[in-house]
Structure formats: C-alpha cells, structure tokens
Design a protein around this ligand. Sequence first.
Ligand code: C2E
Ligand code: CA
Ligand code: CA
Length: 643
Amino acid sequence: MINIYFQLAGLVLTMMVAVLFASKTRLLFDTDMAFAHLMISILTVTVLNIIAVYGMELYVNGKLAEAITLWGGKIYMLFAVLVGYFSLRYTLIVVHNPNEELPDKTLYLKALVPLVLCALAAFFSDVSVKEKGSDGILYFSGSFVYISYLTLIVYLLLCAVVIFRHRSKMERHYFISATAFSVIIFGSIIITFFNPYYKILTFTMALAILFMYLEMENPDDYVDCVSGALNEYTFQKWGEKLLRDRNEMGFFVISLSNADDIKKKMEASEYEFLLRDMKQQLVKLHFGKVFRLDSGEFVCTAKPSEERVIVLGSIMEVVQNLSEKYSGFSAREVRYGAIPSLLEYDDISDFFQDLRFFLRHLETMSKDTWHALDEETLHIKREEDFIVLSLKQAILNDEIMVYYQPIYSTAKQKYTTAEALIRIRDLNGQFMSPERFIPIAEQQGYILTLGHAVFENVCRFIRENNLEEKGFDYIEINISTVQCMQKGLAGELVSMMKKYSISPGFINLEITETTAVKSENTLLKNMQRLIELGVSFSLDDYGSGYSNLDYVIRMPFYLVKLDKLLVWSSFEQEKTRVLLETSVEMFQQMHLKIVAEGVETKEQALYMAGLGVDYLQGYYFSKPVSEAEFLSLVYTNPRKTLA
Ligand code: C2E
Ligand code: CA
Ligand code: CA
C-alpha cells in the first residue's frame, strides 16, 4: 500500500515557503542565499522521497530492477544528509559577525567531509526494502540507512555546537529558530530510527523550514510597513554587505524635510499613499533597491556607472509629479543628496554616523539642487564633532562662563541693564561663537544643561555682588526654543531664583521669534507662571526672521529688541528705515519698551535715541565683558551723555 501523505504535505509546505520567499522583495544577502540553498535541498529530498516510495512499490511488484530501487533509496538518503550540510552552512553564516569576513571557503570544504564519507559508504553498505507485516507499508532498511541517519545527526550536532559557541552574540530569534530547526529534525530521526515505516523525516524537514522562515527569514522584518520600501535594518545589513564585498555602490537620498509638517497638512491616509506612491515610482524609475529610514528619508542604491546628475534629475521629476498629485505635499520641501560610495569607510558604524550628520545637514542646505556627502560636508561634520567634544568637556569641567554686555538707558543716561551671554572655550582654549554652538547644542541635547548652567551662573553672580542694589534694574538672559518646550522650565527657574534669593523682578528672559512660533502653548504656560511672580520677557531679534506680528500682540512681552541687522540696514536702505521707524512707533503705542541692538557708532546711537528707543546695546558702549570687568563698570557706572 502506498502511503505518501506526509511527503505530499511536506512538499506543499516547502513549496509554500519557496513561493513566499521568492515573491517578496528579496535581497541577495548571504543569509538569504544560504536559506535558499537549504530550502531547495529540502524540496529536492522531498521529491526524491516520493519517487523512492513509488520505486519501492514498483520493485515489490516486479516492475523495477533491484539495483535502481536500492540506489534510488541511497540517493534519497544522501540528499537527506545534504540537508544537514546546508543547515550547517546556514548556521555558520547566521552566527558570523557582520563586520568580520565571512567564514572562508575551506571551512565549507571541511564541512563537506561527513557528506563525502557518507557518499563513499554508500558503495560499501547495503540497503534493502522491507515490509511492515500487518499493513504492507514498505520502507528502506539496512546499514546505509543507519549510516545516513548518523551522518545527519553529526551535522545537527555540529549545528548545535556552532549555535552554542555563538549563543551570546546571536540575535534571539536566530537562536530560537536555529535551535528549533535542529531539534525538530533530530526528534524525527529518533522516531524514524525506532519506527522506520513512519517515514516522517522529509515532512518534519518541511515543518522546520517553515518555522525557520516565519521566525527569521520573514521578509516583513525587512520592509517598512508604511511605504513598502526596505527598512533601516535592511539598509544597515545591506551597507555591511557592500563594505564586505568592497562593492562601489553608492546611494541617493530623498529627504522630505520636516516630514511632520507635511504630515500635519495631509490626512494620515493620504500621507501613507504618498509614501507608498513615492516608493513605487522610485522602484520603477530605478533598477536598484529603495529603502526608507526610520527618520523618514528614502534611500536608493546607485551604481557607480550611473550619471548622478541624470538619475537625480529623474528623481526630482518623480517628486515634482507627486507634488502635483498630492495637494498637501510640495516638491519645495524635498532635499536631495548623493553618497558616492562606502569604500572609504573601514567600519560601517562610521558611515552611519556620517549619514546621520548628512541627513541633518541636508535640512539646512538649499532646496533647489542636490548635495553630495563629500569632503566639504565631512569637514563641516568634523568641525561639529569638535564643537560637541568641546561642549562636553566644558560641561564636565564646569567651565561654562557668562559674559555681560551692559545696556544703556537713554532716559537715565547710564547702564541700567545688561544681557548675559554664554561663553565657552573649545579644546584649544579659543572662545567659540554661540551662534555656531547653540544650534548644535540644541540638536544634540546639550542645550538644557547649558541653559541651566547659564541661569545658575547669573543668579550666583547677582547674589555674590548684590547687583540688585547697584543701580541695575534687571539682567536679560537668553532662553532657547528647546528650553521653552520644557513643561518644567518655570519650576526650574523659580527654584533656582529661590536658591540664590533673587527677586524674580530682576530677571528678564529673552525669547526669539522662532521660539514664539514653535512652542507657543508650553511657552505661554511657562510665561504666565513666571510673569505672575514678576519675571519679565523680551522678544529678541525682532525683524530678523518671521514677519508675522500676531504673537507680539498675543504674548505678554515687556520689551522688544530690534535685531542688529535691522538696525544696521536701516542706515543703508530707505525701506528698512521706514520699517524700523514704524515698528518703533507701533511698539511705543503698545507700551512696549524697546532696545536697539548692534549700536556700533555714535551716529547710530543718536539716531535711535532720537526715535525714542529706550535702551541701546552695542559695541559703541561696550562689548560683552567678563564678570570682573563688568563689576568695575558697575561700580563706576558714569553718566554717559550721547551729545
Ligand atoms: P543675541 O541674543 O542677539 O545676542 C547679541 C549678540 O550680538 C551677542 O553675540 C553680542 O556679542 C552681539 N553684539 C552685541 N552688540 C554688538 C555690536 O555692536 N556689533 C556686533 N557685531 N555684535 C554685537 P554672541 O554673544 O556671540 O551671541 C550670539 C547669540 O548666541 C545670541 O544672539 C543668542 O542668540 C545666542 N546666545 C548667547 N548666549 C546665550 C545663552 O546663554 N543661551 C542661549 N539660548 N543663547 C545664547
Ligand atoms: Ca539676546
Ligand atoms: Ca538679539
């Protein structure tokens, strides 16, 4: 009686895995190749098993020669051993560290030894066809059956050894599925050993490969579920492979800058359609792979032979078409980058650091053209790295300093306030420009520490020198956007003022227009609490950025600071002069105090005073100075007439 249900079930399962495996976007990673080999060997052994079962039936009925039947059986069993060999290969590849070279070829050759021995044994050992008495099930018996089982067990044990030795380095799901794979097959050999007529070996192999596929070769792990592109994890693996193979392939980057803003403008589902559409168009246009990184950028592979300008041109065209199709999405919000090749990197993690910098850097670059991750960009990155190191060092050594720039009151004709300005030396001992390091500190998460240190510094300075009694009205302190987004900002500042017994009325906080726009809700709450206590607020850099005056009306400012560029260009341009003069008039009518910044000449000072500006700040009066210099200025604070 022929019984091949298990074999057929096994065949269906393995074919299912094969179809799934082939139908999804595949990357020809080494692990994928090894998995494919293993899968094909299981498929083959299942087919051979079915043929062998029919062979036995024909042989018993006298329709097939004995030699063919028995050799058919031996070949089937040898292929079962081959599955063991491919399992070992797969295990070796799965456990190896991606940054190291792949196991060299001789290791694979050595791994072949048991298989070769088993094949030789096929010539010297025998196989016979037996029948299970009661229900006439045919099966192979004889010494070669035992030899092949034994060899297969040897392979499974070798797998177990490899897994055990690398268990700490292995990713968990690889560990589980590789172990389960060996255990399932091992179990079925034991069962078949005692009940040879069960013939479940190939079926359990199919089960094992299905399990393995679901657990570790499941392509969903590789794909970003929103866009359908390959995900960041895959990009990393792909990068590792390129580097290992010394492949010259490069990448194109398509960055939807401030994706969050785009998302807000579109419906969630429309945004997903856009991403999906973009992925599909890029795949169509391009011949390589398309990835989407966790930070939202698309990355396409670029062959070294491709003309960058031409490919980028067609990518831009795709984006242009998409922006016509999706109303909330504008091509103006997209930035393009080119990464020539990874070959210059020894270590893939260095590349990813540079890449992350490049993506951030792209945001600050012009939108009309593409930019390359080239020497020039990397130079900027090294500069940034140096700044970050210097910041870390200064924080660690408690070397954050504050300079003070006195501010002249046109009514009292002397200094009545001052602006506190942060000062940090770099690793070479030079002062760094806050304009340069503040944005970096904001991006890299150091700004809260800096802000805290500046505030504490100022409070200590006021207390130690009793500035409150020396003719000064308040000190102005700059607060960054990131600080204003902190719910706890007000609480933090209040407890600091308490610690040094500073009356809140002696503190004025400067906030830029950008901050007012970016973090309005949290900012307003912080402002309300602080204003109730007596802290006042200035709108800094008026006239330098946003031109929406809405928030000047809505937010409780005490003072407006005219940006130095506005002050300077009002001496050059008639239109700016008009803007400045009307602004001053407007703020006066709103009962806001006014500071003019960047007053460098007597002419500027006289002009601003003539307009009725309350305070003047600039190099004409004094540069920002150290605590000691500021103190000597405070003690004398001579009346300084402008006339
Ligand atoms: P800002 O708030 O506009 O500060 C005024 C800047 O103008 C200071 O530059 C000051 O030295 C400079 N300045 C003042 N008068 C003149 C002048 O007559 N001519 C010229 N050319 N420049 C003048 P600084 O100290 O380099 O600070 C740059 C920026 O860094 C500040 O601009 C502020 O936005 C930021 N910053 C400084 N200290 C802090 C701080 O403690 N926290 C935060 N968040 N930002 C700070
Ligand atoms: Ca300021
Ligand atoms: Ca300013």
